[in-house]
Design a protein around this ligand. Structure first.
Ligand code: CP
Ligand code: NVA
Length: 308
């Protein structure tokens, strides 16, 4: 039987995505008041081993998968690609075949999306996308969970993405395409989401609209989302900063969104660039709930992939 990978939100139907989010919310509620290191009574992943491969740095993705796997009764191995033969030219496919003999699932934060897909094609255990240059599905599912906890079901919401049309934006497009809702993207033309992902949205009849005006993108939005101007795979240049300056999320831009609009950011934030302190530290900001929900959603994704 083919392993149950978790590669992109676009690979799943709405019912499966909803189940993953609902189960994460249930596990979150059940842990209220419990010590963070306490294992779940049923230990559904007891005896299971998750390998975490990092080709790029991480704080939240690493810690949430490590803590989540332990709470479910399982264990983890963290592997930096620099310390593996992968870093010396062993192929991704051979790495996938070998790791599949040792562990029950593999998460990879990949430098290139093709590294993820090559790993998944050769692995005989589930592979999870912990961010690539093209997408960040675990993050956006945690964000959907956060928005639904604080505001309403996604299908009833207008969400605004302002800034770089990057990997997280692409996963947002996938989420809207599969789960409904409206997405308004305010981005400079040069940094718009790829033609491929926008064509995918069109083919799904997704309510996704791209504009170069940040003000137009936030009009009527229940939530304004942004991300760093320079992602891990990008080159940091002055021209990139200049292009993105008009898209800073500050109090003036938040005032142009719907009354009571929330603010989200996957973190890490570059305060004073894509978002000001007054916005990210305001009561409208959901950034810490988003970070916490990475833990609950990773657990639910692991249970989905491992059929537990
Ligand atoms: N948001 C996110 O994925 O954070 P890390 O890079 O710290 O994992
Ligand atoms: N877009 C960012 C997200 C970091 C979690 C990056 O790829 O660096």
């Amino acid at each position: 039987m083919a392993p149950r990978h978790f590669l992109d939100i676009s690979d799943f139907d709405a019912a499966t995505l909803k189940n993953i989010v609902t189960r994460a919310r249930g596990m979150k509620d059940a842990r209220i008041g419990q010590p963070k290191g306490k294992r779940e009574a049923s230990e559904p992943l007891k005896g299971r081993m998750l390998a975490l491969i990092f080709e790029r740095p991480s704080t939240r993705t690493r810690v949430s998968f490590e803590v989540g796997m332990r709470q479910l009764g399982g264990d983890t191995l963290v592997l930096s690609s620099n310390d593996m033969q992968l870093g010396r030219g062993e192929t991704i496919a051979d790495t996938a075949r070998v790791l599949s003999r040792y562990v029950d699932a593999i998460m990879i934060r990949a430098a290139k999306h093709s590294n993820l897909t090559e790993l998944a094609a050769a692995a005989t255990v589930p592979v999870i996308n912990g961010l690539t240059n093209l997408s960040h599905p675990c993050q956006v599912l945690a964000d959907v969970m956060t928005l639904e906890e604080h505001v309403a079901p996604l299908k009833d919401l207008t969400v605004s993405w302002v800034g770089d049309g990057n990997n997280v934006a692409a996963s947002w497009i996938h989420a809207i395409g599969r789960m409904g809702g409206k997405l308004r993207i305010g981005t400079p033309e040069q940094l718009a989401p790829s033609a491929d992902v926008l064509a995918w949205a069109k083919a799904q009849n997704a309510d996704v609209h791209v504009t170069q005006s940040a003000e137009e993108a936030v009009a009527g939005a229940h939530c304004v989302i942004t991300d760093s101007w320079v992602s891990m795979h990008d080159t940091d240049t002055a021209s990139r900063h200049n292009l993105l300056k008009p898209y800073q999320v500050n109090s003036t831009l938040m005032a142009a969104a719907a009354p009571g609009a929330k603010f989200m950011h996957c973190l890490p934030a570059h305060r004073g660039e894509e978002v000001t302190d007054e916005v990210i530290d305001s009561p409208a900001s959901l950034v810490l709930d988003e970070a916490e929900n990475r833990l609950h959603i990773q657990k639910s994704i692991l249970l989905h992939c491992l059929g537990a």
